[in-house]
Design a binder for this molecule. Structure first.
Ligand SMILES: [Fe+2]
Ligand SMILES: [Fe+2]
Length: 271
Protein backbone atom coordinates (compact mmCIF):
# COMPACT_ATOMS: atom_id res chain seq x y z
CA UNK A 1 0.00 0.00 0.00
CA UNK A 2 1.14 3.52 -0.75
CA UNK A 3 -0.36 6.66 0.77
CA UNK A 4 0.03 9.81 -1.30
CA UNK A 5 -0.90 13.47 -0.86
CA UNK A 6 -1.58 15.38 -4.08
CA UNK A 7 -1.21 19.14 -3.59
CA UNK A 8 -1.31 21.80 -6.31
CA UNK A 9 -1.36 25.53 -7.04
CA UNK A 10 0.10 26.67 -3.76
CA UNK A 11 0.84 30.13 -5.25
CA UNK A 12 3.25 31.55 -2.69
CA UNK A 13 2.91 35.30 -2.98
CA UNK A 14 -0.83 34.97 -2.51
CA UNK A 15 -1.32 32.31 0.11
CA UNK A 16 -3.50 32.19 3.19
CA UNK A 17 -0.89 31.75 6.00
CA UNK A 18 -3.35 29.83 8.22
CA UNK A 19 -3.97 27.32 5.42
CA UNK A 20 -0.24 26.92 4.77
CA UNK A 21 0.34 26.12 8.44
CA UNK A 22 -2.71 23.87 8.51
CA UNK A 23 -1.46 21.95 5.48
CA UNK A 24 1.99 21.40 6.97
CA UNK A 25 0.41 20.24 10.25
CA UNK A 26 -1.94 17.84 8.45
CA UNK A 27 0.69 16.38 6.14
CA UNK A 28 3.20 15.88 8.94
CA UNK A 29 0.55 14.23 11.11
CA UNK A 30 -0.72 12.10 8.23
CA UNK A 31 2.76 11.04 7.10
CA UNK A 32 2.04 10.05 3.49
CA UNK A 33 4.69 7.97 1.77
CA UNK A 34 5.04 10.70 -0.84
CA UNK A 35 3.73 14.22 -1.47
CA UNK A 36 3.08 15.04 -5.14
CA UNK A 37 2.96 18.75 -6.05
CA UNK A 38 1.51 19.50 -9.49
CA UNK A 39 2.87 23.00 -10.09
CA UNK A 40 2.17 26.72 -9.61
CA UNK A 41 4.32 27.05 -6.52
CA UNK A 42 4.48 30.84 -6.97
CA UNK A 43 2.48 33.76 -8.39
CA UNK A 44 5.12 35.54 -10.48
CA UNK A 45 8.24 33.39 -10.08
CA UNK A 46 9.78 36.03 -7.80
CA UNK A 47 12.72 35.05 -5.59
CA UNK A 48 10.79 35.76 -2.38
CA UNK A 49 7.92 33.58 -3.55
CA UNK A 50 10.26 30.77 -4.48
CA UNK A 51 12.03 31.07 -1.13
CA UNK A 52 8.67 30.70 0.65
CA UNK A 53 7.83 27.65 -1.45
CA UNK A 54 11.22 26.15 -0.64
CA UNK A 55 10.68 26.81 3.08
CA UNK A 56 7.30 25.07 2.88
CA UNK A 57 8.79 21.98 1.22
CA UNK A 58 11.64 21.92 3.75
CA UNK A 59 9.11 21.62 6.57
CA UNK A 60 7.45 18.50 5.12
CA UNK A 61 8.51 15.29 6.81
CA UNK A 62 7.50 13.20 3.80
CA UNK A 63 9.54 13.02 0.61
CA UNK A 64 8.02 14.92 -2.30
CA UNK A 65 8.09 15.07 -6.08
CA UNK A 66 6.99 18.02 -8.22
CA UNK A 67 6.45 19.60 -11.62
CA UNK A 68 6.41 23.32 -12.49
CA UNK A 69 3.29 25.28 -13.41
CA UNK A 70 2.79 28.23 -15.75
CA UNK A 71 3.11 30.66 -12.83
CA UNK A 72 6.58 29.31 -12.06
CA UNK A 73 8.24 31.07 -15.00
CA UNK A 74 8.70 34.83 -14.99
CA UNK A 75 6.15 36.96 -16.82
CA UNK A 76 8.44 40.02 -16.46
CA UNK A 77 11.98 39.09 -17.42
CA UNK A 78 11.65 38.12 -21.03
CA UNK A 79 15.31 37.20 -21.44
CA UNK A 80 15.04 34.89 -18.46
CA UNK A 81 11.69 33.61 -19.66
CA UNK A 82 13.01 32.54 -23.05
CA UNK A 83 16.61 31.60 -22.36
CA UNK A 84 16.48 30.05 -18.91
CA UNK A 85 12.80 29.79 -18.01
CA UNK A 86 13.22 27.17 -15.29
CA UNK A 87 16.46 28.44 -13.71
CA UNK A 88 14.72 29.58 -10.53
CA UNK A 89 12.55 26.50 -10.36
CA UNK A 90 15.66 24.33 -10.57
CA UNK A 91 17.46 26.38 -7.94
CA UNK A 92 14.65 26.61 -5.39
CA UNK A 93 12.47 23.56 -6.00
CA UNK A 94 14.27 20.72 -7.79
CA UNK A 95 17.02 20.26 -10.38
CA UNK A 96 14.70 18.29 -12.67
CA UNK A 97 11.39 19.53 -14.09
CA UNK A 98 10.47 15.96 -15.10
CA UNK A 99 11.48 13.64 -12.26
CA UNK A 100 10.43 10.01 -12.01
CA UNK A 101 9.76 7.82 -9.00
CA UNK A 102 9.83 4.05 -8.87
CA UNK A 103 9.46 1.75 -5.89
CA UNK A 104 8.13 -1.79 -5.63
CA UNK A 105 4.48 -0.65 -5.69
CA UNK A 106 4.16 2.57 -7.68
CA UNK A 107 5.84 4.25 -10.64
CA UNK A 108 5.47 7.98 -11.33
CA UNK A 109 6.37 9.86 -14.51
CA UNK A 110 6.28 13.67 -14.32
CA UNK A 111 5.71 15.86 -17.39
CA UNK A 112 6.62 19.52 -17.65
CA UNK A 113 3.61 20.95 -19.52
CA UNK A 114 4.66 24.61 -19.22
CA UNK A 115 5.43 26.46 -22.44
CA UNK A 116 7.39 29.71 -22.56
CA UNK A 117 5.91 30.69 -25.87
CA UNK A 118 2.90 29.72 -27.89
CA UNK A 119 1.47 31.13 -31.12
CA UNK A 120 -1.80 31.61 -29.25
CA UNK A 121 -2.16 34.81 -27.27
CA UNK A 122 -2.58 32.95 -24.00
CA UNK A 123 0.78 31.58 -22.87
CA UNK A 124 -0.65 30.10 -19.71
CA UNK A 125 -2.04 27.14 -21.64
CA UNK A 126 0.31 24.21 -21.48
CA UNK A 127 1.27 21.71 -24.11
CA UNK A 128 3.01 18.37 -24.30
CA UNK A 129 5.59 17.89 -27.02
CA UNK A 130 5.48 14.74 -29.13
CA UNK A 131 8.98 13.92 -27.92
CA UNK A 132 7.78 14.11 -24.31
CA UNK A 133 5.01 11.61 -25.03
CA UNK A 134 7.48 9.19 -26.63
CA UNK A 135 9.84 9.59 -23.68
CA UNK A 136 7.08 9.21 -21.08
CA UNK A 137 5.80 6.09 -22.80
CA UNK A 138 9.30 4.59 -22.81
CA UNK A 139 9.71 5.38 -19.11
CA UNK A 140 6.36 3.79 -18.30
CA UNK A 141 7.11 0.74 -20.44
CA UNK A 142 10.41 0.20 -18.61
CA UNK A 143 8.65 -0.11 -15.23
CA UNK A 144 7.91 -3.57 -13.86
CA UNK A 145 4.48 -4.80 -14.95
CA UNK A 146 3.00 -4.97 -11.45
CA UNK A 147 3.63 -1.36 -10.35
CA UNK A 148 0.72 1.08 -10.32
CA UNK A 149 1.53 3.76 -12.90
CA UNK A 150 0.89 7.45 -12.27
CA UNK A 151 1.53 10.46 -14.54
CA UNK A 152 1.79 13.99 -13.12
CA UNK A 153 1.54 17.30 -15.02
CA UNK A 154 0.33 20.82 -14.22
CA UNK A 155 -2.32 21.32 -16.91
CA UNK A 156 -5.48 19.19 -17.07
CA UNK A 157 -5.63 16.01 -19.17
CA UNK A 158 -9.42 15.75 -18.89
CA UNK A 159 -12.06 18.54 -18.72
CA UNK A 160 -14.27 19.14 -15.68
CA UNK A 161 -17.56 17.21 -15.86
CA UNK A 162 -19.40 20.56 -15.84
CA UNK A 163 -17.38 22.05 -18.72
CA UNK A 164 -16.58 19.61 -21.51
CA UNK A 165 -15.19 22.45 -23.63
CA UNK A 166 -12.56 23.48 -21.07
CA UNK A 167 -9.09 23.97 -22.47
CA UNK A 168 -6.85 20.97 -21.86
CA UNK A 169 -3.12 20.60 -22.03
CA UNK A 170 -2.10 20.55 -25.70
CA UNK A 171 -2.00 17.00 -27.17
CA UNK A 172 -3.96 15.65 -24.19
CA UNK A 173 -5.61 13.09 -26.51
CA UNK A 174 -2.29 11.70 -27.77
CA UNK A 175 -0.85 11.67 -24.26
CA UNK A 176 -3.88 9.88 -22.77
CA UNK A 177 -3.76 7.26 -25.52
CA UNK A 178 -0.09 6.61 -24.72
CA UNK A 179 -0.79 6.46 -20.98
CA UNK A 180 -3.60 3.98 -21.51
CA UNK A 181 -1.38 1.80 -23.73
CA UNK A 182 1.00 1.64 -20.79
CA UNK A 183 -1.68 0.79 -18.25
CA UNK A 184 -1.54 4.09 -16.37
CA UNK A 185 -4.13 4.10 -13.58
CA UNK A 186 -4.00 7.72 -12.51
CA UNK A 187 -3.11 11.15 -13.87
CA UNK A 188 -2.68 14.04 -11.43
CA UNK A 189 -2.90 17.71 -12.39
CA UNK A 190 -4.03 21.15 -11.24
CA UNK A 191 -4.14 24.64 -12.85
CA UNK A 192 -7.92 25.10 -12.80
CA UNK A 193 -8.13 25.51 -9.00
CA UNK A 194 -11.08 23.13 -9.01
CA UNK A 195 -11.04 19.55 -7.81
CA UNK A 196 -12.67 16.74 -9.77
CA UNK A 197 -11.94 13.24 -10.94
CA UNK A 198 -13.22 11.30 -13.91
CA UNK A 199 -12.38 8.29 -15.96
CA UNK A 200 -10.69 8.74 -19.33
CA UNK A 201 -13.01 6.27 -21.03
CA UNK A 202 -15.96 7.96 -22.70
CA UNK A 203 -18.29 5.67 -20.85
CA UNK A 204 -21.92 6.59 -20.34
CA UNK A 205 -22.86 3.10 -19.23
CA UNK A 206 -22.46 3.93 -15.57
CA UNK A 207 -19.68 1.40 -15.11
CA UNK A 208 -17.30 4.18 -14.16
CA UNK A 209 -19.78 6.18 -12.16
CA UNK A 210 -20.67 3.49 -9.72
CA UNK A 211 -17.16 3.69 -8.32
CA UNK A 212 -17.92 7.20 -7.03
CA UNK A 213 -18.87 6.92 -3.41
CA UNK A 214 -19.52 10.03 -1.34
CA UNK A 215 -16.62 12.11 -2.63
CA UNK A 216 -14.38 9.09 -2.92
CA UNK A 217 -13.34 7.79 -6.33
CA UNK A 218 -11.62 4.57 -7.14
CA UNK A 219 -9.50 4.01 -10.22
CA UNK A 220 -7.83 0.78 -11.09
CA UNK A 221 -4.97 -0.32 -13.26
CA UNK A 222 -5.85 -0.14 -16.94
CA UNK A 223 -8.87 2.09 -16.23
CA UNK A 224 -7.38 5.55 -16.19
CA UNK A 225 -8.73 8.00 -13.62
CA UNK A 226 -7.84 11.66 -14.26
CA UNK A 227 -7.64 13.53 -10.96
CA UNK A 228 -7.49 17.29 -10.50
CA UNK A 229 -6.58 19.07 -7.29
CA UNK A 230 -7.97 22.42 -6.17
CA UNK A 231 -5.63 25.11 -4.90
CA UNK A 232 -4.09 23.87 -1.67
CA UNK A 233 -3.14 27.18 -0.12
CA UNK A 234 -3.81 30.18 -2.37
CA UNK A 235 -6.42 32.88 -1.99
CA UNK A 236 -7.07 32.66 -5.75
CA UNK A 237 -10.11 30.45 -5.35
CA UNK A 238 -12.64 29.70 -8.08
CA UNK A 239 -16.31 29.98 -7.27
CA UNK A 240 -17.27 28.67 -3.87
CA UNK A 241 -14.54 26.03 -3.78
CA UNK A 242 -12.39 26.18 -0.66
CA UNK A 243 -8.72 25.24 -0.51
CA UNK A 244 -8.36 21.54 -1.19
CA UNK A 245 -5.96 18.70 -1.77
CA UNK A 246 -6.28 14.99 -2.53
CA UNK A 247 -5.48 12.09 -0.26
CA UNK A 248 -4.78 8.98 -2.35
CA UNK A 249 -4.28 5.39 -1.32
CA UNK A 250 -2.86 2.88 -3.81
CA UNK A 251 -3.58 -0.72 -2.88
CA UNK A 252 -4.27 -3.96 -4.78
CA UNK A 253 -3.97 -2.27 -8.17
CA UNK A 254 -6.50 0.43 -7.34
CA UNK A 255 -6.36 4.09 -6.35
CA UNK A 256 -8.79 5.55 -3.84
CA UNK A 257 -9.01 9.33 -3.96
CA UNK A 258 -10.48 11.37 -1.11
CA UNK A 259 -10.75 15.14 -1.45
CA UNK A 260 -9.78 17.06 1.67
CA UNK A 261 -11.29 20.54 2.05
CA UNK A 262 -10.20 23.42 4.28
CA UNK A 263 -13.01 24.50 6.62
CA UNK A 264 -11.42 27.45 8.35
CA UNK A 265 -9.44 25.76 11.07
CA UNK A 266 -8.62 22.35 9.62
CA UNK A 267 -9.30 19.84 6.87
CA UNK A 268 -12.26 17.50 6.43
CA UNK A 269 -13.32 14.96 3.79
CA UNK A 270 -15.47 16.34 0.98
CA UNK A 271 -19.06 15.11 0.99
FE1 LIG B 1 -2.68 28.03 -10.43
FE1 LIG C 1 -1.55 27.17 -13.64
Amino acid sequence: MRRLAHISDLHFGRTNPAVVEGLITELNRDRPDLVIASGDFTMRARKLEYAAARAFLARLDAPWIAVPGNHDISPFHLVQRFLRPFARYRRYIAPSTEPTHLDDEIGIVCLNTVRTWAPEADWSQGKIRRRQIVQAEARLAAMPAHVFRIVVGHHPFMPPPWDEEARLVGRADLALAAFRRQGVGLTLAGHLHRHYARFAEADASGAANDTVDRGVMRGRRGHLLAVQAGSATSTRLRGSEPNAYNRIVIADGAATVTVRLWHGSGWRDAE
